[in-house]
Design a protein around this ligand. Structure first.
Ligand SMILES: [Cu+2]
Length: 463
């Protein structure tokens, strides 16, 4: 048993978003936690990487002369980028210096349920308390960590960071960047506005200040002739980023669950909230300047986007030698199914008009739906059906899935995902295999306001 102050019993009980009975960990959660802690041992060529994260208020400098009160990890937004290799163990000591409880979710990581960082598996970490997450990293890819408590306040104020896991054999690039896209809504007093309002409950918040790595519309510089690997995370509350880099082609090389089979050339890519994508960007010529921007996109929100909106400027400097090699085969992804399949579950995303939130979002007609258990080793084919007029980014905790169909059509390429957009009045068919990690898991819409308004479900993976 670890010797730290990891006191489940004395941690504060959280309040549920809608004031209903709060979800809470089971009575044996402490034992399950201790077992998961002890089981996290690195591979022979791996290491245990200790990380200190302190959640606290800080002076968030968004642009020269523009600052606001942020909540971040270690006094910054994004928090420190955690970098490790497959087979390493992360031991993260989280200390909460906020005026309210928090928990940290490890988005996209296939780790034991006890370490998932939700109110179903642990008591929220009270102000002044410490909690240690310890788990082994099974997959290479671009992940992120973020608060999973009072998210419309805590995540909006900046409690997130990137987590990069590498394999021992990665393609060679001239440079790698992690770019976390976000937006915030600043009030007249310069503070991040408190959540609320009918429109925001329906659309989710799209802030008027667009950020890359915590800075407002920064300038990025890149050498001419270089090919870079961009690991992009959409950390925004509700905004879809239809990403364009000056309309120039780039190559998609990875998604939520790491590399895809082969590079796919495109001039734009859509990132739902919580989505990740990896791109091979360049080469460009000296003197070029490109807009890294989001193109207009209709997702069913009342607030429409009619013009491109800038996230960053990309300025191309002097010519430099390139050592980049982007192989035609990046990885072999085995399809989980071939041929016809039978649906094992329907997940219906809906909405009603309610008194509390204006709009209440539901799963199978319930807010905070309790879904049937799933058995280890039994293939899951889920039809996620959207019966509402807005897109919803569906996020499954702890497991990757493959998308079989979006509105009846197969996706352009095979990939591992943990977040997929279910189009307005449309449907998505996903397939996933519950491996031997029993416990309490969840899925929810990653538009933070929809999640808060009830569009989520808990379920158990059982042996
Ligand atoms: Cu939603």
């Amino acid at each position: 048993m670890p010797s730290h102050d990891n006191d489940q019993e004395h941690a504060t009980h959280g309040h549920a978003h809608d004031g209903s009975v709060p979800p809470a960990p089971k009575a044996d959660a402490s034992d399950t936690y201790r077992r998961a802690y002890a089981a996290a041992q690195p591979d022979a060529d791996g290491a245990v990487i200790p990380i200190e994260l302190e959640a606290r208020e800080f002076d968030w400098i968004i642009a020269p002369g523009v600052s606001t009160q942020g909540w971040g990890f270690n006094g910054q937004t994004p928090g420190p980028t955690i970098e490790a290799h497959v087979g390493d163990v992360l031991e993260i000591r989280l200390t909460n210096r906020l005026p309210e409880p928090t928990v940290v979710h490890w988005h996209g990581l296939r780790i034991p349920a006890a370490m998932d960082g939700t109110e179903m598996v642990q008591r929220p970490v009270a102000p002044g308390a410490t909690f240690v997450y310890r788990f082994k990293l099974p997959d290479a890819g671009t992940f992120w960590y973020h608060t999973h408590f009072n998210e419309t306040v805590q995540l909006e104020r900046g409690l997130y960071g990137a987590l990069v896991v590498r394999s021992r054999t990665e393609p060679t690039f001239d440079r790698e960047r992690v770019l976390m896209f976000d937006d915030v809504e600043l009030g007249d007093d310069g503070r991040i506005r408190a959540p609320g309002g009918w429109l925001e409950s329906h659309d989710g918040r799209e802030g008027g200040t667009r950020l890359v790595n915590g800075k407002r519309e920064p300038e990025l510089t890149m050498a001419a002739g270089h090919i870079e690997r961009w690991r992009i995370v959409n950390a925004a509350s509700a905004r879809y980023v239809r990403l364009s880099i000056g309309g120039r082609p780039f190559r998609i090389i990875g998604t939520d669950g790491g590399l895809i089979g082969s590079p796919v050339t495109a001039t734009e890519i859509l990132l739902a909230p919580a989505d990740r994508v990896e791109l091979a960007v360049g080469p460009f010529a000296e003197g070029e300047v490109h807009r890294v921007e989001t193109l207009p996109f209709k997702r069913g929100s009342f607030k429409a986007h009619r013009k491109p909106e800038l996230f960053a400027a990309l300025r191309i400097g002097r010519q430099a030698h390139s050592k980049a090699q982007v192989p035609e085969t990046l990885r072999r992804i085995e399809p989980l199914v071939t041929g016809p399949v039978k649906t094992s579950r329907e997940v219906r995303l809906g909405f009603t008009l309610g008194l509390k939130h204006g709009v209440e979002f539901t799963i199978n007609k319930e807010q905070h739906h309790r879904a049937d258990p799933v058995r280890v080793g039994e293939l899951q084919v889920w039809d996620v059906i959207n019966r509402s007029p807005v897109h919803h980014p569906f996020h499954l905790h702890g497991f990757f899935f493959q998308v079989l169909q979006v509105n009846g059509k197969p996706p352009e390429f095979l990939s591992w995902e943990d977040t997929v957009t279910v189009p307005a009045f449309g449907s998505v068919r996903i397939v996933w295999m519950p491996d031997d990690r029993p416990g309490e898991w969840m899925y929810h819409c990653h538009i933070l306001e929809h999640h808060a308004a009830g569009m989520m479900a808990h379920f158990e993976v059982v042996r």
